[in-house]
Write a protein that binds this ligand. Structure first.
Ligand SMILES: [Zn+2]
Ligand SMILES: [Zn+2]
Length: 466
């Protein structure tokens, strides 16, 4: 006990601290109270001790002059009285020595806190909480968190004091401020139905004391859906011109791109608008070739919308609007609101993924195909990285499975085949063989004839695990 008071005595005789900053140095002592209350309690205890000593020691002056700046007028008055008595005493003891009257040399009565310089004053905290609330009005959110940015000079002042006085029970000024402002705004009507969330809050209000403003970290929302591509020649995401990368040049007729539209362009802008957001990202579960259709139940995707001001969406209505505006090029279903983890999940190329394809194939000369030969392709396929993707993929040999393959004759120069295979098999190469890099191939089992893939449709993408 004595130790603690000695410490506080020494501390407060040299610097001025507000109750919060004083209490924060002992934040790890006791629970169920606040730093401000800790500080108030310490200050009052110290005041009681001072007053007690001054009364009891009476004529002998205790060495408390340096503490007279504390907010206890009675102590100052008592002290001055004793000082005066002592002065008179010494004069009458030795009348010839004309000593000047004793002046109290105390710290200025400025109550500005050395560490926070007023930041933790109740009025200032209320001001900041009000400021947070005035920002909060512009956003729809259900969970929130309060953060802060503290000037490094403030943190340094606190660290210096902790080192100098060996204070080892404190907490950071940052978590103190976050908690105090958090408590204040939690009581505001605007936050009635909102929950604190320390993991993934919808929104984080950052009390930025460096620039004196409130920073908003408005976390994205995620919408899970599936898309069908009903016409050929549409990439999944915007494909910029290889020459100018979007700037516009002769080669792309100054459009800056290689294809006029993209699947994501039918989906994202509508959702962004509904969320009153500015931008979004499209995450597809794999992608089909630009010239392939995506049929059946569709390909899973997640739309990630950055900084949404609206988080409650009518997915059915939004889906309808998107489908109405897509000129029959793309059709989507919006399934549910989801989270960031879903983006990872749909991106994982899991071995349990199965794909169903349909392909049109052109024969080198009119002939009747014996479709029983297709059974020779069922089983393991050894596939060396296709030549057409070698520029962006490592040259490796992978083994993939064909589970089922059927076909029918369209006319004497064309056939259509359907394949069920594991994810990651390059099916165009399964048809033409890629100069022997895919083995076996349809070209090979039909007697080394050269085949051309006329079209490719994805009929189904399924994850057997789900
Ligand atoms: Zn302070
Ligand atoms: Zn260009």
């Amino acid at each position: 006990m004595l130790n603690l008071f000695n410490k506080i005595h020494q501390l407060l005789s040299e610097i001025s601290l507000c109750e919060s900053c004083l209490g924060r140095q002992f934040a790890q002592l006791l629970t169920g109270t606040t730093n401000r209350k800790r500080g108030e309690a310490l200050l009052i205890s110290l005041g009681l001790e001072l007053h007690f000593d001054i009364i009891n020691l009476n004529k002998t002056l205790p060495d408390y002059e340096s503490l007279l700046h504390l907010p206890f007028p009675i102590i100052k008055q008592s002290y001055e009285k004793i000082a005066l008595v002592a002065e008179v005493q010494s004069l009458s003891d030795n009348p010839l020595e004309n000593k000047p009257a004793k002046k109290l040399d105390i710290l200025p009565e400025s109550k500005i806190c050395y560490i926070c310089q007023g930041l933790f004053e109740k009025s200032r905290l209320n001001e900041l909480a009000d400021l947070v609330c005035s920002h909060a009005k512009h956003y729809e959110f259900f969970t929130f968190l309060v953060g802060s940015k503290i000037p490094s000079s403030m943190i340094e002042r606190e660290e210096n004091i902790r080192t100098k006085y060996n204070l080892t029970f404190g907490e950071s000024i940052k978590s103190d401020l976050n908690r105090e402002i958090g408590k204040l705004i939690y009581l505001q009507p605007a936050f009635n139905e909102k929950d604190l969330d320390f993991n993934i809050p919808d929104i984080v209000f950052i009390v930025n004391m460096v620039d004196n403003l409130i920073d908003i970290q408005n976390n994205p929302i995620f919408i899970y859906g599936k898309y069908n591509k009903l016409q050929r020649g549409i990439p999944q995401t915007v494909w910029y011109c290889n020459e100018c990368w979007g700037k516009g040049c002769d080669k792309c007729d100054y459009s800056g791109r290689k294809h006029p539209d993209a699947v994501e362009e039918y989906i994202l802008p509508e959702i962004i608008q509904a969320c009153k957001a500015k931008e979004g990202k499209f995450h597809g579960s794999g992608r089909e070739d630009v010239d392939a259709l995506m049929l059946g139940e569709g390909r899973p995707f997640v739309a990630q919308i950055q900084e949404p001001k609206i988080r409650t969406l009518d997915l059915k209505q939004l889906e309808e609007e998107i489908n109405n505006k897509s000129n029959e090029r793309v059709k989507i279903t919006l399934i549910e609101m989801t989270n960031r983890e879903k983006v990872r999940n749909i991106k994982i190329k899991s071995p349990s993924m199965r794909k169903h394809y349909r392909m049109g194939v052109i024969l080198p000369s009119p002939q009747k195909i014996d479709f029983s030969l297709l059974n020779k392709l069922v089983g393991s396929i050894k596939q060396q990285t296709p030549k057409r993707v070698l520029h962006r993929r490592a040259d490796l040999t992978r083994t993939r499975e064909v589970f089922k393959m059927t076909g029918n004759q369209v006319d004497d120069k064309r056939i259509e085949v359907e394949i069920i295979c594991s994810g990651g098999l390059y099916v165009k190469e399964l048809i033409h063989g890629d100069d022997g890099r895919t083995k076996p191939s349809l070209s090979q089992v039909l007697g080394d004839i050269s085949l051309i893939v006329e079209y490719l449709d994805v009929l189904k993408v399924e994850d057997l695990k789900k």
